[in-house]
Write a protein that binds this ligand. Structure first.
Ligand code: ADP
Length: 448
């Protein structure tokens, strides 16, 4: 077992701060890295040491592997936490760190690689007993195969790019007269976006919910499922509001999917925190992908389990076996996270600039994960997240009540923010009833 003594945090913003806090609690020294645009950032101020790794563009700084490895060597960091985004799902980065004798706080490079390839991920999930969306076995090779598989799974079908991401290269076909053209369109879009025109086919689910399972493995065959999160409220495939537990599931459905996911992670000897994402339709789960990292919405799971997921990541990265078992995990109450972005609340145009006034809410059950402060200048180069408001209550209704007053208290001046959107959502009967699918938010916004 390698006790981690110093962690370099290869990220910025609220997640860099989140990781830094966990390290401090455990007595682990921290190294912040930053671009020249982030010299005044909170993660730089609060870290024990900091290293400038390049100019503002992420490709030259937060994605600059040689700079980050050099920063590890200069500071003597023995582990790297990648946060989310940037290099967090980059298998080559994990390989390079390992070659330098530095611990990558995350899964093995091989596990990242498997889950990073959509067809391979789906094949692996299926082999591990995870339910997948009915569709082609791997890439579609001919129009005959396309028509045959589409007929088998039933229309409407969805053509997806193997190398896909961000919903690009996805095309729906309602019947056999559309499917050949739809596939050609998906191929062209995939080629243009990813330089790879390989596509596969799935049944199109019309009104599913997005429900994901948080998992944690020790890389030695120990693994647990830490409950679900419902992330159906999305705009352009970006999650806006996440909650745990899902208003849609029964206790039996939960127990079953947790057991399936935990078993799958035990069998693949998964290491670290991960999320298995599903579309949930008519009582059934269908795997869509696995994220091999900590997610933006991980706090809602922490709020209802009382577990610190970054502590857990640091522990398994040090080689500690998991000591918790599935039966030890209990869920308390309900949590909701709102992602507050520096964007216009109706047009969603990013609004970088200086925060002239900042007053986050507080009180029982209220958590704000943010790296901004009054006078902070949000740079235009990165994501537009101001912070995450996470609220916990003993029940969903108490959580909603507390969320409403927290949103009322929250003041961010100087830039546009999406706070007004959440203040509208919290009044809506469908939201209050937990009655929404993955299309609900786009429809709500279109009606405005
Ligand atoms: P990407 O990697 O491009 O984001 P995903 O496979 O994660 O692709 O899918 C992105 C989104 O597209 C999902 O969150 C869901 O909203 C929608 N989607 C994906 N597969 C299906 C499907 N079979 N039926 C209906 N919607 C789907």
């Amino acid at each position: 077992m390698t006790m981690i003594k110093k962690v370099l945090i290869a990220n910025r913003g609220e997640i860099a701060l989140r990781v830094l806090r966990a390290c401090k609690e455990l007595g682990i020294a921290t190294v912040a890295v930053h671009s020249t645009a982030d010299t005044d950032a909170m993660h730089v101020r609060l870290a024990d040491e900091s290293v400038c790794i390049g100019p503002p563009q992420a490709s030259e700084s937060y994605l600059n592997i040689p700079s980050i490895v050099a920063a590890c060597e200069i500071t003597g960091a023995d582990a790297v936490h990648p946060g989310y985004g940037f290099l967090s799902e980059n298998a080559r980065f994990a390989d390079i760190l390992e070659a330098h004798g530095i611990i990558f706080i995350g899964p093995t490079a091989e596990q990242i690689r498997i889950m990073g390839d959509k067809i391979e991920a789906k094949r692996t999930a299926k082999a591990l007993g995870i339910p997948v969306v009915p569709g082609s076995e791997g890439a579609i090779r001919s129009n005959e195969e396309l028509l045959r598989v589409a007929e088998e799974v039933g229309y409407p079908v969805l053509i997806k790019a193997s190398a896909g991401g961000g919903g690009k290269g996805m095309t729906v076909a309602k019947g056999p007269d559309e499917v050949v053209q739809a596939a050609a369109r998906a191929r062209a879009e995939a080629k243009a976006n990813f330089g790879n025109d390989e596509v596969y086919l799935e049944r199109y689910l019309a009104t599913p919910r997005h429900i994901e399972i948080q998992v944690l493995g020790d890389g030695q065959g120990g693994a647990v499922a830490l409950g679900e999160r419902d992330c159906s409220l999305q705009r352009r495939h970006q999650k806006v509001w996440e909650e745990a537990r899902s208003p849609a599931l029964t206790e039996e459905q939960r127990t079953e999917i947790y057991a399936t996911c935990a078993k799958a992670m035990q069998d693949m000897k998964y290491r670290g925190a991960g999320t298995i994402e599903f579309l949930y339709d008519n009582g059934e789960f269908f795997f869509i992908e696995m994220n091999t990292r900590l997610q933006v919405e991980h706090p809602v799971t922490e709020m209802i389990t009382g577990l610190d997921l970054v502590h857990a990541q640091l522990s398994v990265a040090s080689g500690e076996p998991l000591t918790i078992r599935q039966d030890d995990i209990s869920f308390h109450g309900h949590a909701i996270e709102c992602r507050i972005n520096a964007e216009h609340p109706e047009t969603f145009i990013p609004s970088p600039g200086t925060i002239t006034h900042y007053h986050p809410p507080g009180g029982l059950g209220v958590r704000v994960d943010s790296a901004v402060y009054q006078g902070y200048k949000i740079p235009p180069y990165y994501d537009s997240l101001i912070g995450k408001l996470i609220v916990h209550g003993n029940s969903r209704s108490e959580c909603l009540m507390r969320l409403r007053r927290s949103l009322d208290e929250f003041v961010v001046d100087g830039v546009e923010s999406t706070l007004p959107l959440f203040r509208r959502l919290i009044q809506n009967p469908d939201i209050l009833a937990g009655n929404y699918d993955i299309h609900w938010l786009e429809k709500f916004l279109a009606k405005e």
